[in-house]
Design a protein around this ligand. Structure first.
Ligand SMILES: Nc1ncnc2c1ncn2[C@@H]1O[C@H](COP(=O)(O)OP(=O)(O)O)[C@@H](O)[C@H]1O
Ligand SMILES: [Mg+2]
Length: 219
């Protein structure tokens, strides 16, 4: 299959998500990934097209914005608003998810992860989906952030806490045996950038969210 006058050539499907399909391929001969948001049959077609277009544009602009904030993201090659497609640099490496599943993972990596999350937050960017599938460690040890489809701007401590709380939940459920150690390293890294006071405030908010969660379950 070829598209865009042959500039992007699809090789294989690498991920099928709820919202998007990702293909590995080549862009002008360079390894590249295409992320395409699929039409949802249950939405009114015009609205569906608009939602996919907006999320595509948002994801692409936040990838660039995050890089300005000092976080490594794939380089954008091409954005097709009408097809809801982003073509970006292919990032070779292992996801943090696999690293943890295989029992790897030096605390230094998680501290760096925390520093990068803090960089985003201090830049007013809430990632919105801090799961271990959205970070890749490259062979030359760069930490790359993926998946800015749920990202938004905010300066609220509560939003920072919600971002980190999601990461804590993912660690607890998918990487239970190492979760507390890993989350501790993430927060230590975060604190190096954000400082003690902000981390203390965010920590208190996280505990508040956890308490609310418990009450919500009792109800
Ligand atoms: N630029 C990229 N380079 C290499 N792999 C990628 C890239 N972007 C996404 N992937 C892979 O595809 C998966 C899904 O991509 P992601 O953007 O997170 O979509 P989803 O919204 O479905 O979670 C990622 O977990 C990662 O394994
Ligand atoms: Mg993802």
């Amino acid at each position: 299959m070829e598209s865009r006058q042959g500039r992007y050539i699809v090789e294989k499907l690498i991920s099928k998500g709820a919202e998007a399909d990702l293909y590995l391929g080549e862009w002008y001969g360079i390894p590249a990934v295409s992320k395409i948001r699929k039409p949802k049959p249950y939405r009114v077609p015009q609205l569906d097209q608009e939602i996919r277009r907006q999320r595509t544009v948002r994801e692409a602009s936040f990838m660039t914005e995050a890089r300005r904030g000092g976080v490594t993201t794939p380089i954008l090659y091409f954005v097709d608003e009408n097809k809801a497609e982003i073509i970006m640099q292919y990032i070779e490496g292992r996801r943090i998810r696999e690293l943890l599943k295989q029992g790897d993972g030096d605390p230094e990596i998680f501290s760096r992860l925390g520093q990068s999350i803090a960089n985003l937050h201090l830049h007013g960017i809430m990632h919105g989906d801090l799961t271990t599938s959205n970070f890749v460690l490259t062979p030359d040890h760069k930490l790359v952030f993926l998946d800015f489809g749920l990202t938004f701007f905010s300066n609220r401590i509560e939003d920072m806490a919600v971002d980190l709380h999601l990461m804590k939940q993912v660690l607890n459920s998918a990487h239970t045996s190492v979760s507390s150690q890993v989350f501790k390293s993430v927060l230590e890294g975060y604190q190096l950038r954000a400082g003690k006071n902000l981390v203390r405030e965010i920590g208190a908010k996280i505990r508040e969210i956890e308490r609310r969660g418990r009450y919500a379950r009792v109800d």
